[in-house]
Ligand binder design. Structure first.
Ligand SMILES: *[C@@H]1O[C@H](CO)[C@@H](O)[C@H](O)[C@H]1NC(C)=O
Ligand SMILES: *[C@@H]1O[C@H](CO)[C@@H](O)[C@H](O)[C@H]1NC(C)=O
Ligand SMILES: *[C@@H]1O[C@H](CO)[C@@H](O)[C@H](O)[C@H]1NC(C)=O
Ligand SMILES: *[C@@H]1O[C@H](CO)[C@@H](O)[C@H](O)[C@H]1NC(C)=O
Ligand SMILES: *[C@@H]1O[C@H](CO)[C@@H](O)[C@H](O)[C@H]1NC(C)=O
Ligand SMILES: *[C@@H]1O[C@H](CO)[C@@H](O)[C@H](O)[C@H]1NC(C)=O
Length: 787
């Protein structure tokens, strides 16, 4: 906008007159001269020719004392006395001399003498544009609230320019900007600039606007002045806090120590001051977390257990402190990582802890389920059994389910109770384990027979036992238990065996004690066999039998029986006739005797108990032969009586006596006598036969025939004793019988007077038995009886 100062008409005319020397006003023309000169002209600038304008003669000026008289302002001008020209003496600043005035006139007086004249000269100083507009301050600060509506006006400082008229401030300009415009109000002498808000300001976008206001004057070229305007935008709580993330995620291990920081949330509020101060709070914390309401740090407050909760979703609120506060929320997801902190748990569902020993392999004993609350590998469990047991774990359809089954056949007799240790180990680091013991009882099945310690069993019994006394206690064992091991004994009544004695035996079915119901007589029965059956009470029962070989041992219970000479009624005597002419060594007769016992009990020794003439007859101790010791003489009596003692060799020996009458006859008679004797013998033979048949029958002709052959072979390899007996048999008439028992792998020989060596023979048998164990595989027991 251009601003042009008004001019007064008369002034305009005056200036015009001054220059053209025309007088506008007649009454003033004589004494007043008016000039106009621009300010700031150089020294010597010619204002005008006063002399000429006053009509003075130039040649006389000097003489008349043409000069300039003025006050303080004189110094601005000077006159030349030679030509009467007024010029500028020193630089004139209009604004200095007459600031603020519209017209600036310097009055000067010109004096001429002879005659004295005083002329008044007014010099008007005209304005030039020598000043620029100036603002009172270099800058202006102002504050505008954020929410100020567009259209609001804010006054700015106005600039001042000392120049006047067109050279004064003519216009204002504002730097280009988005928000503000400029409005100028004219107050007559002054133009006042106003800032007008065109668009709302946002502190958060731009907190300070820097503007430059320029004031321009009307000069050509124009001068200008500037004012820095700083507009500060005042904050308004128009911004919510904003979280750096919508959703925060964090991962922590379970069992993390209380107080550990989990995550730090951060919200920023663009507002200033309290409007921008953020306070955090937890919407829901499950009692597990806490939060620093200033820093946004979230830490653990409770015990985190993955097994209870594996993820927490927290709502975190952020509010600023403005009024009213603005609040936003965000989500914090805390994932819990599993730690191997749970032991596996073993749960056993027993179907039965009693398993029969005959169960098939694969029989299910128990169901085992393993539980581990941990997840992943920490929850993966390996299950093992104690080694070297006949059980195994079979995985089931479901995970971590096993069935405990038998692996092999069980045997209660070997192991009746199994302590099975189940061990579960998870795969965590470090692994955790659990143990459980199951005891499995193996129940008995009747799978074992009773067993005898020895089979066959050999039993040696003395004859003449007292009937109904226990003779042996047999025992069998059964490895089973309870009724499966309850054994009852019985004697087998079999017809096939040579067990005629079985009916004379009784057995206590519970104790196995065997009783003999009869008195054994060695002379009748030397051995017999029977079988005992042991049966358990299982279902079905199992049984086994044992063969018992009984050997009856001899006792010296038989008195030697003298077969010849026979003592009939004890009074009759054997009468032998001997020819008188026989030489020494002549066999007179032989005493024959028999003892039903065997061994030493049956080993007979002969001796002379009474004899009339000791020098005449001798008796062979072993054979019983009576021989003459010398030839008869005339003086010898014709009849001799010999009392002969026959004694066996039993411990307590038994004996018998007989009497032999020897008649010494003449040789002829002797022949006759021998006839008589033979006939006598025939007669006596009947008696002899009678006596012989009974014992010999019992001793059995069988032995005599068959066994003697054996003995011949046997005795030849045998000890001195047996061979001796055989010799006896050979060289004399004594009957010798022997009994061989064959059994097992041992050979027993019942002979001579040795003490018992073996242990298999019942005590008391030492008197007449000898047991000779023989290593050869075939063995025999020999019992001999001699007569
Ligand atoms: C005014 O602003 C201008 C540019 O914007 C700058 O160069 C100048 O230094 C400022 N003056 C003052 C007094 O701040
Ligand atoms: C912020 O927390 C501190 C201590 O944790 C507490 O004293 C203060 O009252 C809390 N401020 C607010 C506004 O909840
Ligand atoms: C299982 O038995 C073993 C001995 O066989 C013993 O050392 C262990 O303590 C037992 N375990 C349990 C859980 O009873
Ligand atoms: C006796 O035992 C044998 C085998 O030791 C057997 O063969 C026999 O049949 C049994 N006899 C009886 C009657 O049980
Ligand atoms: C045996 O003697 C008795 C009297 O002691 C007599 O009665 C009996 O007849 C005699 N017998 C013989 C066979 O001589
Ligand atoms: C056998 O003789 C011994 C001594 O030689 C004796 O101690 C024992 O009692 C006798 N036995 C009998 C049955 O007489």
């Amino acid at each position: 906008m251009e601003y042009i100062k008004e001019r007064r008409k008369w002034k305009y005319c005056g200036i015009f007159l001054g220059f053209s020397l025309l007088l506008c006003f007649a009454d003033q023309a004589s004494s007043h001269i008016r000039y106009s000169v621009p300010e700031e002209v150089k020294e010597g600038y010619i204002v005008g020719n006063i002399a000429k304008d006053l009509g003075l003669d130039v040649g006389t000026l000097m003489d008349r004392g043409f000069r300039l008289v003025s006050g303080s302002n004189d110094a601005y001008f000077q006159v030349n006395q030679n030509n009467g020209i007024l010029s500028v003496h020193k630089k004139i600043d209009r604004e200095e001399i007459c600031d603020g005035m519209n017209t600036c006139i310097i009055d000067i007086k010109i004096v001429v003498e002879n005659p004295l004249e005083i002329h008044y000269v007014a010099v008007e100083i005209t304005d030039t544009n020598d000043h620029a507009p100036v603002f009172p301050d270099k800058q202006q600060r102002m504050e505008i609230a954020e929410n100020t509506l567009p259209g609001a006006r804010f006054q700015l400082r106005s600039a001042r320019d000392p120049d006047i008229g067109v050279y004064s401030v003519r216009a204002y300009k504002l730097t280009q900007n988005e928000h503000f415009d400029l409005e100028i109000r004219d107050r007559g002498d002054e133009k006042v600039p106003f800032l007008v808000l065109q668009r709302a300001v946002d502190r958060e976008r731009k907190a300070e606007h820097k503007l430059l206001l320029t004031a321009i004057d009307g000069g050509n070229p124009p001068n200008s002045g500037t004012l820095n305007v700083t507009v500060t935008v005042l904050d308004n709580n128009d911004n919510r806090p904003v979280f750096s993330h919508e959703v925060y995620t964090a991962q922590i291990h379970e069992n993390i120590p209380i107080g550990t920081m989990v995550i730090k949330v951060n919200a920023i509020d663009l507002d200033e001051g309290l409007n921008g101060e953020v306070l955090y709070s937890l919407g829901n914390n499950y009692g597990m977390f806490d939060l620093n309401n200033v820093t946004g740090e979230i830490w653990v407050k409770g015990e985190i257990d993955y097994e209870k909760n594996d993820v927490y979703r927290l709502d975190v609120l952020a509010s600023d402190k403005g009024t009213p506060p603005m609040t936003v929320d965000c989500r914090v997801i805390v994932k819990i990582l599993d730690v191997n902190d749970n032991n596996p748990e073993i749960e056993v569902t027993s179907l039965s802890n009693l398993v029969p020993e005959n169960s098939k392999p694969g029989t299910v004993i128990s169901l085992i389920s393993i539980l581990d609350k941990d997840s992943g590998v920490n929850g993966k469990v390996l299950c093992t059994l104690s080694p070297n047991i006949p059980f195994e774990l079979k995985p089931s359809i479901k995970d971590n389910m096993y069935s405990l089954v038998t692996k092999t056949q069980l045997d209660r007799e070997e192991t009746s109770l199994y302590e099975i240790k189940i061990k579960a180990t998870d795969l965590g680091q470090p692994p955790l384990t659990a143990e459980k013991n199951i005891s499995v009882q193996v129940s008995d099945v009747n799978d074992n027979r009773p067993e005898f310690f020895q089979n066959p069993l050999e039993l040696y019994l003395m004859e003449n036992n007292s009937p109904s006394a226990s003779m042996y206690s047999i025992a069998a064992v059964d490895k089973d238990i309870h009724e499966n091991a309850a054994i009852s004994y019985s004697i087998l009544k079999e017809s096939s065996l040579q067990n005629k004695m079985a009916s004379f035996l009784n057995i206590n079915s519970e104790t196995g004690v065997i009783y003999a119901l009869t008195r054994f007589d060695f002379e009748v029965t030397k051995s017999f066999q029977f079988r005992v059956l042991a049966t358990d009470s299982g279902t079905p029962p199992l049984s086994s039998n044992v063969t018992v070989n009984v050997f009856i041992l001899d006792q010296n219970d038989n008195v030697p029986v003298i077969l010849y000479p026979v003592i009939s009624n004890g009074s009759a005597e054997g009468v032998e006739e001997v020819p008188r002419n026989v030489n020494a060594g002549h066999l007179v007769t032989k005493v024959r005797a028999y003892d039903a016992d065997i061994g030493y009990n049956g080993w007979l020794l002969f001796s002379l108990q009474e004899v009339s003439d000791h020098s005449l007859f001798g008796l062979d101790r072993y054979t019983g032969q009576i021989r003459t010791l010398r030839s008869f003489t005339e003086t010898d009596e014709s009849q001799h009586k010999l009392v002969i003692l026959v004694k066996d060799n039993g411990n307590v020996s038994l004996s018998a006596t007989t009497t032999v009458i020897i008649k010494v006859v003449e040789p002829k008679e002797a022949f006759a006598a021998s006839d008589v004797k033979s006939s006598l013998k025939d007669e006596e033979g009947n008696d002899v036969t009678f006596y012989l048949i009974i014992p010999l029958g019992s001793v059995s002709v069988l032995f005599i025939i068959s066994i003697i052959v054996l003995i011949a072979m046997q005795c030849s390899k045998s000890t001195d004793y047996s061979s001796k007996y055989l010799q006896d048999t050979n060289y004399d008439g004594t009957l010798c019988h022997s009994i061989q028992y064959r059994s097992g792998d041992k050979r027993y020989m019942l002979v001579g007077p040795r003490r018992s060596i073996g242990s298999a023979v019942t005590s008391g048998s030492n008197a007449n038995t000898l047991v000779v164990p023989d290593r050869r595989s075939r063995a025999s027991v020999e019992v001999r009886a001699c007569l």
